[in-house]
Design a protein around this ligand. Structure first.
Ligand code: TXA
Ligand code: MG
Length: 339
């Protein structure tokens, strides 16, 4: 791979994307969360191309994107009543449900699990593309494995340019963090990955268990959770508590002393606290949707700026903050400092 030239298609050129998909090729496309790298979910060779293009570990299963509940019904054994309630309330939208799979779903999609993750994306381009092909689309985020997810077509090209035949450019995605993954085979339902639909919203309809599984306990139910993710080249430090600014200034001295560039991700209103650091603004203080929409762009910017270290101020874990902090913890790979 590598020599292929990647076509950038406009949303009015979806026919070309649909044709590539029908031929068993992969195509990147926008969803309301992040860009996905799609392939025919019912074609094991097409699915294998997703893993090859991303460099994705074979044991990390994919989300299957569908036009609606009717298409989902062919892929899953049964839909519990409470899962149906969630579909009615949140689809199309950033909620992925894990259900028991039927024979229709190849094991390449689910990495050998007997469950399949399904969702209906809330994006006009994604929905139009799904309607133009007679099969559902398996699609992980369209980044190289381990990198921040792409929220613009240009991020897809940075990672996968030359490795995939086409990307549909639908502009910047809306949410910026991925869908919430909810295991509906557990009782109560369990959040495997916090995302666009918040725990608070889920709890209004059904009981859910959302505390992260304790380390060293059960094996991870969502294989993807065990991999490093969202990580820029820079060393990321996640710093929380009232002493965060003082701690960040203290720790940054070691890097600055060696002449290295140090960044800080902080709310706009706090930027003035860090005169010696390169500020990556998180936007207006407390605006969690605003921060979610630029989170991965900021992590990518850390690399473009050549930062050696990136200090990130922790945010509240309420609502979308839970998904944001989950991604930041992965980017920080355990470098979390509480003050
Ligand atoms: O918003 C999103 O969900 C985006 C867009 C493109 O739809 N997709 C996405 O896919 O984030 P990906 O592959 O980057 O993340 C899928 C997550 C992984 O953590 C994976 O382990 C988990 O879903 N997953 C998939 N199938 C599963 C299953 N059968 N059981 C448990 N976890 C599963
Ligand atoms: Mg991903």
């Amino acid at each position: 791979m590598g020599a292929m030239s990647t076509k950038v298609l406009r949303p009015d050129e979806l026919e070309q994307a649909a044709e590539l998909l029908a031929q068993g090729q992969v195509v990147a496309f926008p969803t309301e969360t992040v860009y996905g790298l799609g392939a025919n979910a019912l074609d094991r060779q097409a699915v294998a191309r997703i893993f090859a293009a991303k460099g994705r570990p074979q044991d990390n299963p994919l989300i299957v994107h569908c036009t609606g509940v009717e298409q989902v019904e062919k892929l899953v054994r049964e839909i519990p009543e409470e899962a149906r309630l969630l579909m009615e309330r949140f689809w199309p939208g950033p909620l992925t449900l894990v259900l028991e799979k039927t024979e229709a779903v190849p094991e390449q999609v689910t990495a050998g699990l007997d469950t399949v993750a399904v969702r209906v994306p809330d994006h006009p381009v994604a929905l139009a593309l799904l309607q133009q092909v007679p099969f559902p689309l398996a699609a992980p985020s369209a980044n190289l494995s381990g990198r921040p997810s792409p929220t613009k077509a240009e991020h897809v090209l940075q990672d996968l340019g030359g490795r995939i035949p086409a990307v549909v450019d639908g502009g910047a995605t809306g949410w910026g963090v991925e869908s919430t993954v909810l295991d509906c085979t557990a009782s109560p339902f369990r959040v495997l990955r916090p995302g666009g639909v918040t725990v608070e919203e889920l709890l209004q309809l059904v009981a859910v268990d959302w505390q992260p599984l304790s380390k060293g306990g059960e094996p991870p139910r969502s294989p993807g959770m065990k991999y490093a993710h969202y990580a820029p080249e820079a060393e990321v430090f996640l710093v929380s508590g009232p002493g965060a600014a003082a701690k960040i200034k203290e720790l940054s001295e070691a890097f600055l002393g060696k002449g290295q560039q140090v960044g800080v991700m902080t709310w706009e209103e706090r930027a003035g606290l860090y005169p010696k650091l390169t500020v990556l603004s998180m936007g207006r203080q407390g605006d969690l949707p605003g921060l979610a929409s630029k989170l991965y762009q900021l992590l990518r910017a850390a690399d473009e700026l050549g930062l050696k270290a990136l200090f990130v101020e922790a945010v509240s874990e309420e609502r979308l903050g839970l998904a944001i902090m989950n991604r930041l913890r992965k980017a920080a790979k355990g470098r979390e400092i509480r003050t």
